[in-house]
Write a protein that binds this ligand. Sequence first.
Ligand SMILES: Cc1ncc(COP(=O)(O)O)c(C=O)c1O
Length: 402
Amino acid sequence: MAVEPQSRTWEASFAERTRGGAGDAIAAILAFAGATDVISFAGGFPDPKTFPGKALAEIHAELVENGDASPFQYAPTRGLPGPRDYVASRVERLDGRRPDDPELLLTSGAIEALELIGKAFLDEGDEVVVEAPTYLGGIMAFESFESRVRGVPLDDEGMQVDALESLLARGPAPKLVYTIPDHQNPSGVSLTAERRGRLVELARRHGFLLVEDVAYRELRYSGEQPPSLWSLAPEAVVQIGTFSKTFVPGVRLGWAVGPPEVVARLTWAKQLTDQCAGALGQRLLEEYGRRGLLDRQIAAAIELYRGRRDALLAALERYFAGAARWTRSAGGFFSWVELDPPHEAVAVAEQALTAGVAIVPGGPFFPEGGGERHLRISFSLVSEEEIEEGIRRVGALLCPSR
Ligand SMILES: Cc1ncc(COP(=O)(O)O)c(C=O)c1O
């Protein structure tokens, strides 16, 4: 019997791996982020003001004219030799250790690196531990392989390593522990040097792979950079990084650096995903970076975002004091607000939208529930004037008598 077109639904056919709730949450956040005519603290996007224009056009023209086909051809799965050398040198400068050739894979952004790690490591029911709250894309990537994702709380010093230790003692043992040690998304906090040491010791002792996401590391506005987890334990850590926040997200470029055996398996997984990161983006990044332009871009972006971070903290002090607490990030794009009772995040976010301000409620960033009183505020895409006005409007909802 023919099925009426309008009654056709695919729901029953979808794979189990697509049923995690995080996908809906991302769609909801993007809906907040996409709202027009509002002051948007919603998305974690870099400001296009930081993007290179003319320099990139010139490099592109050179690549077209110099007769080298490599930018336009398929690339090796691990990446083109020149861009690999450039990224290895960069990692060496930041981490004090150059990845050996078999330790490095160029990826199509950090999100692909997470997907490859999930594909290479996770079977149905496997345990993964993440920070609670954490980057939604991480929760989604791990859930999509039908793993069980559990959360370890954070405080002002990053992941609570004591809580992880208790969780490990109770079991079952996780295969992966995922952390964002620098200016975390969504909380803005960073893992202290002392906790970094203890975390890699736990990885060694318990045999899990520690996945270190350094997406925001280079956008530091104050304070000293502690050593990366990979530099402390290259045999137990995979570091994933991205050029989305420092260069442009449009090239979709990132890296994974880790034990050779692990990187080989990620490379296998990548052959079934996109075969290789786009060669044109790899070559643009390499040429741009080798001319010192990426370093210049990052230095200018730090100045821009530092001003916004400071403007946000000052506005929160002015308009939220007495109704909430918040984190003071040393870098990255986010501050994390905890509302005092009786305020609830979803209700406040809805009222804020009516007042022309988009802000994301915290619930979706937790793998096992929570966040009812939390808001994520992203300051990367709003001017200092908009920050003042947006926070003033939300503050008026929280403290109408002020
Ligand atoms: C912590 C974290 N990791 C990874 C990503 C994804 O980066 P990419 O654009 O390289 O996929 C993001 C983007 O928001 C992020 O916040």
